[in-house]
Design a protein around this ligand. Structure first.
Ligand SMILES: *Cc1c(COP(=O)(O)O)cnc(C)c1O
Length: 354
């Protein structure tokens, strides 16, 4: 190792799901929405000449639209380049003690990457044998708490009482609830933000709003939390949100009807697909998200994953011990799920013959 290499910040990066370069694939591996963004977003005319100018550093148009949508004050809203950016900023801002931050062992695998990179001590709390978060584990001295609700990649959601019990007992640290999938059937913790000034709720436009490509995430919490978060943001980059994101994000929020309709379609497909794969012998965790986490007693998940990939059907497989026999399957359109089901039927038939 060269001398200079000894002193640099080394990190093992998060590995996102594959974005295949080939066409005609069925892409069920990164929890994107199978439906396009709202027609209002598609029809919006952007004044590209104004790209000459810096965007509004406060992204006020978008912040105000989010505040109005959730009936909170603009000062309670923070926006970022996807919720990944919002959460990374939150780690830097709120997780700044010598104490361990807590998150589940089975969860979004970006959390430990940020913690490692930022040298934040952390502890993974094992979910129980049903993959449920054990709330008692989070009622202890800690440097902060974060978990998704619904959790990823399990899809399991917990109710408001569960969240409140954790927040109520942790007034000495910041609790972050990552609600990336809440619109597909979870219960939001937003009603608690007026009561607890240390609760931050994080959302994204990437899944339920069909806008993963534009990169918009946001956090809602007490004005003091948001102020601290903004101070860190302005110490990195004043202009995180570009002009198209600000305008098209606000446009998406203006079309609630389309939003609710597409979310409902995904949920209906999820329920139908769950019933169908159960008939094939899969165990499926109860999902409140736009994906299902499923496992087959006889056919190893990794084998199914590889065989599906050969047929240009992309799903997600994680190799960590507790979940290595599970597949995380994003809910696509009915047609896409039918093709995947047919593949599974054929695959399992062939498997029985071997
Ligand atoms: C997808 C996802 C995110 C990040 O989404 P962005 O595209 O960065 O907004 C954050 N948390 C969880 C649990 C996710 O699944």
């Amino acid at each position: 190792m060269s001398e200079w290499e000894k002193n640099i910040r080394k990190t093992i990066p998060y590995v996102p799901g594959e974005q295949p370069k080939v066409k005609d694939v069925i892409k069920l591996n990164t929890n994107e929405n199978p439906y396009p963004p709202s027609p209002k977003v598609l029809a919006k005319n952007l004044d590209m000449k104004s790209l000459r100018l810096y965007p509004d550093p406060a992204a006020s148009l978008l912040v105000n639209a989010i505040a109005e949508y959730h009936c909170v004050k603009p000062g309670q809203v923070f926006v970022g380049v996807g919720s990944d950016d919002v959460i990374a900023m939150s780690f830097i801002t709120f997780f700044n003690s010598e104490k361990e931050i807590l998150f589940p062992d089975i969860t979004y695998s970006f959390y430990d990457v940020w913690a490692e990179m930022l040298k934040i001590p952390f502890k993974r709390m094992p979910v129980n044998s049903d993959f449920r978060i054990v709330k008692e584990d989070y009622i202890c001295d800690n440097g902060g708490i974060i978990f998704p609700n619904p959790n990823a990649p399990t899809g399991i959601s917990e109710g408001l009482d569960f969240i409140e019990e954790i927040v109520k007992n942790n007034t000495k640290s910041v609790v972050i609830i990552d609600e990336a999938y809440v619109d597909f059937g979870g219960e939001t913790a937003l009603p608690l933000i007026e009561k607890y000034d240390n609760l931050l709720v994080v959302r994204t436009f990437s899944k339920s709003r069909s806008m993963a490509g534009i990169r918009i995430g946001y956090a809602i919490g007490n004005e003091k939390l948001i102020k601290y978060l903004s101070d860190i943001k302005y110490s990195f980059n004043s202009y995180t949100m570009n002009m198209p994101s600000i305008i098209l994000g606000a446009e998406s929020l203006a079309d609630d009807e389309y939003f609710k309709e597409t979310v409902k379609k995904v949920v209906i497909t999820r329920e139908w697909f769950t019933d169908e794969v159960k008939k094939l012998g899969f165990t499926v965790l109860p999902s409140s998200a736009n994906f299902v986490f499923m496992s087959h007693e006889k056919a190893p998940a990794e084998d199914i994953f590889k065989a599906a990939r050969e047929k240009r059907i992309f799903v997600r497989h994680f190799s960590s011990d507790r979940i290595k026999n599970y597949l995380r399957v994003t809910i696509g359109t009915d047609d896409e799920m039918k093709v995947f089901l047919e593949f599974l039927k054929e695959y399992l038939n062939g498997y029985a013959l071997n």
